[in-house]
Design a protein. Structure first.
Length: 412
């Protein structure tokens, strides 16, 4: 090379070109792939341990093999378990969907088509056929959508890596007992990502305790036998304390000056006492005879009010949501031509997001109106704290969260 000249650098190697139709892997892709492979390996190891636990619990080896040999790790189940919607639904938005005209009409058709099975379950357990059908409609839209996840796979995934591992492990063991007893084959045990199964979405432990073989074929089949579905659902409600002949509740008109601090399910009085205080049925009829009745105002002072009794609380045992229990009750009532909700909903009010609800809780706590843990969920403690704040500013203390209240709380 000539003196004084810099050495020539070698030409850089040409970058690798992905094959047509493929895309070069990024570092993030590599990390995700490694994580997925680690999850699969960890899941397989966990299954090996769980197999021994199932055998020690008395599950037959053939059942363990049939259920777990092809068990799959389902990342989608973990995604669903971890997801929490930021936007909450108002009671009216929930009920618009849950008690839609289409669901009412379909429910009436189902009642006619399955009258024998529904009436038999009603006669045996004292639960109205309309209530059984309403739960069926709420849980799976009358069997059109009870989930597409293999229950064993969903519960095994949750037991390995979910938020409630011990609960899921117990439910998985219950699922294996169901298979071991011959009620259903493992590949037919289908349900939701959370392990709820069949037409009316029983968890395996609930199935073991309350499912019924109503058609006499030797199997409790909540996937394919309408008599079994109807009887199992009614049996659960009856065992939870359903009171035959009592309504779940009635829409009411509250008197002027009503103390909304008493509008809680924990506050219970005979309906005669509520009537003596001026609570009236919305249609002018006498209040039904209910012991332990409560006032419910799901949208606060501006929305409808309901007097609900013991059977409403039984519906909450099926799904611990007042919106759900209202949906079942209103759906059942409208199957037979009864009214929906008469009083208007305050549809101009926007729901708070979970983040905004946490902000509300933090603001209440900061101002000395104890609202409990700031978890983004409106529970009794938060409603109590909000009522105390409303009283302090001269508002009706209904405990219903609004954007206007949040903004006032956050103002300097």
């Amino acid at each position: 090379m000539p003196a004084g000249s810099a050495p020539t650098a070698p030409a850089p190697a040409a970058p690798a070109v992905p094959a047509p139709g493929t895309q070069a892997a990024t570092p993030a892709d590599t990390v995700l792939q490694a994580s997925a492979e680690a999850d699969k390996a960890g899941f397989a190891q966990w299954l090996t341990t769980f197999r021994q636990e199932a055998l020690q619990a008395g599950i037959r080896p053939a059942t363990v093999a049939a259920a777990l040999d092809n068990a799959e790790w389902l990342p989608r189940v973990i995604e669903l378990d971890r997801s929490q919607p930021e936007f909450t639904r108002t009671p009216w938005a929930y009920l618009d969907s849950a008690v839609s005209d289409a669901r009412i009409q379909r429910g009436r058709a189902v009642l006619a088509e399955q009258r024998g099975a529904l009436d038999a379950a009603s006669a045996r357990y004292g639960v109205p056929a309309e209530v059984i059908a309403a739960i069926w409609g709420m849980e799976s839209n009358y069997g059109s959508n009870f989930g597409s996840f293999r229950t064993v796979d969903a519960l095994a995934t949750l037991a390995y890596e979910g938020r409630r591992r011990d609960w899921a492990r117990g439910e998985l063991l219950a699922a294996l007992r169901i298979i071991d007893q011959g009620d259903i084959a493992a590949d037919r045990m289908i349900g939701s990502w959370a392990g709820a199964m069949g037409h009316t979405q029983f968890l395996p432990s609930v199935f073991l305790g309350y499912a019924v073989d109503a058609d006499g074929d030797g199997h409790r089949d909540i996937w394919g036998s309408v008599p079994d579905v109807a009887a199992s659902t009614a049996n659960f409600l009856a065992r939870m304390g359903w009171q035959p002949g009592q309504p779940w509740g009635v829409e009411v008109r509250l008197p002027q000056g009503f103390d909304y601090e008493r509008a809680e399910l924990a506050v219970r009085h005979p309906s005669t006492q509520w009537a003596a205080e001026g609570v009236q049925s919305i249609d002018g009829q006498p209040l039904p005879a209910l012991d332990g009745a409560s006032i419910l105002v799901p949208a606060g002072v501006r929305g409808p009010a309901f007097l609900v009794g013991p059977n409403f609380r039984v519906l909450l045992r099926y799904n611990n949501s007042t919106n759900y229990a209202l949906g079942v009750g209103l759906l059942a009532r409208q199957f037979t031509g009864g009214p929906g909700v008469t009083a208007p909903w305050p549809r101009d009010l926007q729901p708070l997001t979970r983040t905004q609800t946490r902000d509300l809780q933090n603001a209440l706590n900061a101002r000395g109106f104890a609202a409990g843990t700031a978890d983004g969920v409106m529970g009794p403690a938060t409603r109590a704290g909000l009522r105390r704040y409303q009283q302090s500013i001269g508002q009706v203390a209904d405990g219903y969260p609004t954007l206007e209240l949040l903004q006032r709380l956050q103002a300097p």
